[in-house]
Design a protein around this ligand. Structure first.
Ligand code: SIN
Length: 480
C-alpha cells in the first residue's frame, strides 16, 4: 500500500498547491505505457509566480543562521528517509528503474540533504594579510540569491536534492522544474519539504510540459541569479545562451561518453563486476554509464567471455518485480535510438555477442557488441541504453588516445594493478571523475561534475556549496 498523502498533481509555489489551470498532461509508466497520473499543465505564469515567491522569501531565509536552516534540512532528510519505500515506489512507477535501485536513489538523494545541512555551517571566509598597516582585508561568503534548477527523469529525486540542498543550506531560495516525465517524485518531496517547515516560497516546484518556455523564463529572469541544470549538452548550451544577457552563474551537468579501460594487468573478475555496475545501472540510462569499453588485446577474449556470462544473467522486467535488475527504457524514442545504434554498429562490422533485440515496445535486451570501431555512431554519441561496445587496444598510449578522443569529459574508469600506471593514467584522462578499479563513483562526499562538453561546476562534497555562494571582499581602511 502506498501513502496517498505523497501524491500530488500540481505545482507547489509559495507554500501552496497551484490551481492556476485545469489543463493536464499525462505521465506514463515506462514499463507498460499505462497512464499513471494526470498532472496540471501549468504554463509560463507559474514560473513567474514561483520566481516572485522565491525572491520575496530570500531575505528572511538568508537572514536565518546556518544552524537554523540546517535543522529544517535535517527534518526534511528524516522525512524522506521515513518515506523511503513509498518514494521508491513512486519513482519506479514513473521512471521504470528497478525498486532496489529506486530505494538506493532515495538514500542517495537524501544523503545530499544531510551532507549539506552540515556543510552550510562551514562557508568560511578569509582574513588576508594586508599590503598596508592601515588596511585589513577580509572575505565573506554570501548566498547568491534565487536559483533555478532544472532536473532530469533518470534520477527524479537525487538530481533535485544534489542541487537544492546546497542552495537551501547556504540561504538561497529555489525554483525547481523537474522533467515532465517524472513530476510525481518531485511533488512528493515538495510535500515533505512543507512538513519539514521550510517557510513559504523557499522551495518551489513548477510542473508543466512546456520545458523550453519554462527554462527560458528561468534563464532570462533578472531575479534568478543562478541556473543549475542536469541534462543533455545541447539543452545546456541553449540555457547558457539564454542566460548570457543576465550573466548568470551556471552549473551544468551534461552528457558523457565514459571510457572503461581494462589494462593487461587488470584483475579481470573485479573489472567485470565494475563493468556491470557502471554499464547497466538504470538500464544504462545515467550520464556516468560506460559508453566505450577499451580492452587490451591480450585479455580481450577472457574479459569478453566473463562479461557476457554476467550480462546473460541479468533479470529484465517491470521494476516492481523484486530482483529485477534491468527495467524499461524511458520512452519509445529512447528504444528507437538504441535500435539505431545496433543497426549502425552491425553495418560497420560490430559483432553482437549477446542481446541485440528489443523485447517489446518498452524493453531492450542487455547487449554486448564486440569488435567495436570508431566509425560507429556509439563511439561519439551517448548511448543511454543497455548496450556495451567493446574496442581493442594494444598500448597505453593508444588506450589514452582513444579514451580522450571525445568532446565529453564527465566520468571515466580503468582497471590496472600497477600503481605507477594508475597514477599516470588517472592524470592523463581528460575527465572530471576517474574510477580506478571501481565502477561506482557517485557519493555525496565527492565532487561530481565534468569538463569540456560535459559541463561546469561541481555537485556534492565540500565544493558543492561554492556554486551557490558569492565571495565578497571587505577592505577596512584608515585603521591607524
Ligand atoms: C546522472 O546520470 O545525471 C547522475 C548519475 C549519478 O549521480 O550517479
Amino acid at each position: 500500500m502506498m501513502n496517498k498523502e505523497l501524491l500530488f498533481n500540481t505545482s507547489y509555489v509559495d507554500g501552496k498547491w497551484s490551481t492556476n489551470t485545469s489543463e493536464t498532461f499525462k505521465v506514463y509508466n515506462p514499463a507498460n505505457g499505462e497512464v499513471i497520473a494526470e498532472i496540471r499543465d501549468d504554463d509560463a505564469s507559474i514560473v513567474e509566480q514561483a520566481i516572485t515567491a522565491a525572491d520575496k522569501a530570500f531575505k528572511q531565509w538568508s537572514g536565518k543562521t546556518a544552524s537554523e536552516r540546517s535543522k529544517i534540512l535535517e527534518k526534511w532528510y528524516d522525512l524522506i528517509c521515513e518515506n523511503q519505500e513509498d518514494l521508491a515506489k513512486i519513482m519506479t512507477y514513473e521512471c521504470g528503474k528497478p525498486l532496489t535501485e529506486s530505494r538506493g536513489e532515495v538514500s542517495y538523494g537524501a544523503s545530499f540533504i544531510k551532507w549539506f545541512a552540515e556543510e552550510g555551517k562551514r562557508t568560511y571566509g578569509d582574513v588576508i594579510p594586508s599590503t598596508s598597516n592601515s588596511k585589513r582585508i577580509v572575505t565573506i561568503k554570501q548566498p547568491i540569491g534565487v536559483v533555478g534548477a532544472m532536473t532530469p527523469w533518470n534520477f527524479p529525486l537525487a538530481m533535485i536534492t544534489r542541487k537544492v540542498a546546497p542552495a537551501l543550506a547556504t540561504g538561497c531560495t529555489v525554483v525547481v522544474r523537474p522533467s515532465e516525465e517524472t513530476p510525481l517524485t518531485a511533488l512528493a518531496i515538495a510535500k515533505l519539504s512543507k512538513d519539514a517547515g521550510f517557510p513559504n516560497g523557499v522551495f518551489n516546484v513548477v510542473v508543466g510540459k512546456d520545458a523550453p518556455t519554462m527554462g527560458k523564463i528561468l534563464c532570462e529572469s533578472n531575479l534568478v541569479k543562478k541556473i543549475s541544470f542536469t541534462g543533455s549538452t545541447k539543452v545546456g548550451q541553449l540555457l547558457m545562451s539564454q542566460s548570457a544577457k543576465t550573466l548568470k552563474k551556471m552549473s551544468l551537468e551534461l552528457g558523457g561518453n565514459a571510457p572503461f579501460i581494462v589494462f593487461e594487468d587488470a584483475d579481470l573478475d573485479a573489472a567485470v563486476q565494475g563493468a556491470m555496475v557502471s554499464k547497466y545501472r538504470n538500464a544504462g540510462q545515467t550520464c556516468v554509464c560506460v559508453n566505450r569499453f577499451l580492452v587490451h588485446e591480450n585479455v580481450y577474449d577472457e574479459f569478453v567471455e566473463k562479461f557476457v556470462a554476467e550480462v546473460l544473467k541479468l533479470k529484465i522486467g517491470n521494476g516492481w518485480v523484486e530482483k529485477v535488475e534491468i527495467g524499461p527504457l524511458i520512452h519509445k524514442k529512447a528504444l528507437e535510438k538504441t535500435e539505431d545504434f545496433i543497426v549502425d554498429a552491425k553495418n560497420k562490422g560490430g559483432e553482437i555477442l549477446c542481446g541485440g533485440n528489443k523485447i517489446d515496445q518498452f524493453f531492450y535486451e542487455p547487449t554486448v557488441i564486440g569488435e567495436a570501431n570508431t566509425k560507429m555512431d556509439l563511439t561519439h554519441e551517448e548511448i543511454f541504453g543497455p548496450v556495451a561496445a567493446i574496442f581493442k587496444f594494444s598500448t597505453d598510449e593508444e588506450a589514452l588516445r582513444m579514451a580522450n578522443d571525445t568532446k565529453y569529459g564527465l566520468a571515466s574508469y580503468f582497471y590496472s594493478q600497477n600503481i605507477s600506471r594508475c597514477w599516470k593514467v588517472a592524470e592523463a584522462l581528460e575527465y572530471g571523475m576517474v574510477g580506478i578499479n571501481e565502477g561506482l563513483i557517485s557519493t555525496e562526499v565527492a565532487p561530481f561534475g565534468g569538463i569540456k562538453h560535459s559541463g561546469m561546476g561541481r555537485e556534492g562534497s565540500k565544493y558543492g556549496v561554492e556554486d551557490y555562494l558569492e565571495i565578497k571582499y571587505l577592505c577596512f581602511g584608515n585603521m591607524e
